[in-house]
Design a protein. Sequence first.
Length: 213
Amino acid sequence: MVYFGVVLKMKLETKSSENHRSLFLKFKLPFFPKSFQLSTVFYNEPDVWVHGYSSRTKSGRYVLFHDYDNLDLVSVVSELRWLQKKFKLSNYYIFKLDRENSFHAVCLDSFSIAEAYEIQKATSCDLAFIHSIKRLETKEWILRWDAKGNRAAPEFYTTIDSKNNKHIKSSAHAAFLRKLDVFIPKKGPWDGFKKLALVDYNTANRTKPAGVV
């Protein structure tokens, strides 16, 4: 490219992933030792609705949902055991996703929104997930339980046992996990509620309530 009699050396590159495309424009000015780069990202509009379930209980308390990306299983288990010790938590139930080093973890102990948020902030979970409670009008954390497009549903992997039994647990969440073939001990205390909110959502829009079980 010629600009005011000066020849600019330019290079255009694109990179694509499942959810976005990046555009890079690199150029170098004559007689200047450094190169410059301009970039922009175009995100794909999500077109697949996903089935999930809410962390919120009928009493307005919250069980603990954790979403781990790019963290190996050994590190996830180590962190969950640390959380159990620090916050006197009962069992954690781990689900494996069909991407490498991606996991969901659920603890049935219930907390106020402020208490649950403090525990979330102590984790190594995806930051967007941790702070999603601030931007969702329905004020809840959500985990996927069903397939997502060509991706398989999360699969129950293992239980991190704990002797702690301090907090009231969600009966509705326990019943739902049992439907996903998770063994849940009967030892309480339980809140006694039976209904759990299911939600449909995509990765860009706010959650859309779908019903209760």
